[in-house]
Design a protein. Structure first.
Length: 173
């Protein structure tokens, strides 16, 4: 399994993973309510995913095995994790933990000491076990309850990524 930056050609398969993950893994959030699902899925199109890949200030990473995308994550240059979705057939293999680690490394490379995210009900325990803590009361999103969370990053453990980071701009070279 390899974790790498997504390229434009990944958009259709990455989009499919997002849609499968939301539909099949998140009934605790959407309760199979078609209105909630429609709101959640409406921006998960290949074109919009391609625009997220191309957008400056975004790192959209994919976990790939045997040529198939198994998980999709996005972290902004401000350390905000806005996507972290797994293909339903790849659960409980440590893939999301590895992808989350790669997103955190990228956040550090961009000069952040902290990652923030808004967790689904489905992923809440996963983030707690990955060191995230509550960062305010739950908020409504797409008609579901989401949990603002954050984690202080272990910057001192990442000497390699720091070496590759331009100290002036905070961007990797
Ligand atoms: C939640 C999710 C990211 C977990 O992915 P995963 O690849 O199955 O998780 P991992 O195998 O990396 O698990 C890492 C750890 O979290 C635990 N874990 C994973 N999902 C869990 C859950 N729902 N509840 C409790 N623990 C969980 C695992 O047991 C494992 O613990 P361990 O390392 O101590 O053995 C994945 O199920 C998913 O994408 N869900 C749907 C989409 C979603 O809600 N994404 C988050 C949007 S904010």
């Amino acid at each position: 399994m390899e974790i790498r930056d997504a390229v434009a050609e990944d958009a259709p398969a990455a989009c499919q993973v997002l849609r499968w993950s939301i539909t099949q893994l998140c009934p605790a959030d959407h309760r199979n309510d078609p209105k909630i699902l429609a709101r959640w899925l409406c921006n998960k199109t290949p074109e919009i995913v391609a625009s997220w890949i191309a957008q400056a200030g975004n790192s959209l990473l994919v976990a790939v095995e045997d040529g198939s995308i198994l998980a999709v994550g996005l972290v902004t240059d401000e350390g905000k994790i806005t996507l972290n979705y797994l293909s339903p057939d790849a659960r409980f293999r440590g893939i999301s933990r590895a992808l989350l680690g790669a997103l955190e490394v990228r956040a550090i490379e961009r000069g952040n000491a902290r990652c923030t995210l808004t967790s689904s009900e489905t992923a809440h325990r996963f983030y707690l076990s990955a060191g995230y803590s509550e960062d305010g009361p739950p908020v409504r999103q797409f008609g579901t309850l989401s949990y603002p969370m954050s984690k202080r990053l272990a910057v001192q453990n990442l000497r390699f990524s720091r070496r590759r980071t331009c100290p002036r701009t905070g961007r990797s070279g």
